[in-house]
Design a protein around this ligand. Structure first.
Ligand SMILES: [Zn+2]
Length: 380
């Protein structure tokens, strides 16, 4: 779905396929709509060039916005897994949430401030260009991108979670209440009200003047986007809070059934998968972890070859399995599973296996603690 285009500040930058679509859409709408109307002196070919350059510059602006978040995060020791640019803008994927309110505020505010700064620079160039006689095409690029960066900064400042403005709001509430969950609840409520207002405004716009149908749909869409984003964030925070104080060692399964690497895949099926309820087994030899074998590993071996192929050939080898320390927090285990899109982590100490922690273990812990109301009384 996304392609890597390189690394900046050590962070992999990826482009989601929807971005190409949006690139064409923006270039096209500029070339056939905005530019001929605003700069009739430009030729049709020039309109397309200016449109494409402007769209490209817009993506560079979005990237700089995201990099500013990542820069503050990295400087404060928060790892950033990657930045993905997609059709709305970008996402910096943090593997950990900020641990203090002031950092969250600074990190969130950096993005819109960067967008405004870019707008300032482009606007100043445009202003100078007006006196010194820059070519019309250059002036058009400068003006459009200055404007769009102001819009980008302003949109992200809407105090709706999980937009930057919503994060600033949550950070502020968190700082005053010292309770992350309460702060997230309040920020989510504000987001819900805002999103309903946006949906209502979009509908009114369409009803009052059918000519505004595109703008109306756009506003409704943004409202819906904010609403679902806020709900996801609230759920994530609730889960993280429910896991507060729980370590991987507390909930992992010890005393694992392990498999020898020289077993055939058919023996593995007969003696393990058909007998025991587990979805995967660590492969161990001389007390050392060699890999993990799952139902998926079995399925990857054609039925007729299962009598000959061994577990060692079918397993996910040690280098590719995702491990975690038993002292790591359960919340971190959850993030690690989500990031790697897997359902189980092998708990290790060096190359010695201590146990396994699964998504099911985490969910059970979360449900139990939420049922008992543990999450509501947890402060940090
Ligand atoms: Zn941002």
């Amino acid at each position: 779905m996304s392609v890597n285009i390189g690394r900046i500040l050590g962070i992999p930058i990826r482009i989601h396929w929807t971005l190409w679509l949006v690139f064409l859409l923006i270039a096209w709408s500029l070339a056939v709509g905005y530019l001929p109307a605003t700069y009739p002196q430009l030729s049709a070919n020039m309109d397309w060039i200016v449109g494409a350059v402007s769209a490209l510059l817009l993506f560079v602006s979005v990237l700089l916005h995201e990099l500013s978040h990542s820069y503050i995060a990295k400087k404060n020791g928060l790892p950033i897994a990657r930045i993905t640019l997609f059709f709305f803008g970008g996402v910096s994927e943090m593997t950990e949430e900020p641990q203090d309110a002031a950092l969250e505020v600074r990190m969130a505010a950096a993005g819109p401030l960067t967008s405004f700064a870019i707008a300032g620079v482009l606007g100043a160039l445009w202003y100078v260009g007006g006196y010194t006689g820059f070519p019309v095409a250059v002036m058009a690029v400068l003006r459009y991108n200055a404007f769009i960066n102001v819009a980008l900064g302003a949109f992200n400042l809407i105090p709706a979670f999980p937009l930057d403005g919503g994060r600033v709001l949550r950070g502020g509430l968190w700082q005053s209440s010292k309770n992350l969950l309460k702060a997230t609840r309040k920020a989510t409520r504000v987001s819900e009200i805002l999103s309903l207002l946006m949906i209502f405004a979009g509908l009114s716009l369409i009803v009052l003047n059918p000519d505004n149908i595109v703008n109306g749909i756009w506003i409704i869409f943004l409202g819906w986007f904010i609403r679902s984003g806020a709900e996801t964030s609230l759920r994530q925070t609730q889960m993280t809070e429910a896991l507060h104080g729980v370590s991987v060692g507390d909930i992992m399964t010890r005393n694992l059934l392990t498999v020898a690497p020289n077993l055939t895949v058919q023996q593995l099926v007969n003696d393990y998968f058909l007998v025991h309820p587990h979805g995967g087994y660590p492969v161990v030899q001389n007390d050392k972890l060699q890999g993990v074998v799952t139902m998926g590993s079995v399925r990857s071996i054609p039925r007729e070859k299962r009598e000959f192929e061994t577990v060692a050939q079918a397993m996910v080898p040690y280098e590719r399995i995702v491990t975690i320390n038993s002292t790591a927090s359960a919340a971190y285990a959850m993030q690690k599973m989500a990031k790697n899109q897997i359902g189980r982590l092998v708990v290790t100490e060096g190359d010695r296996i201590l146990g396994i922690v699964t998504r099911g273990d985490l969910m059970k812990t979360i449900r139990t603690r939420q049922d008992l109301g543990v999450s509501d009384t947890t402060f940090r």
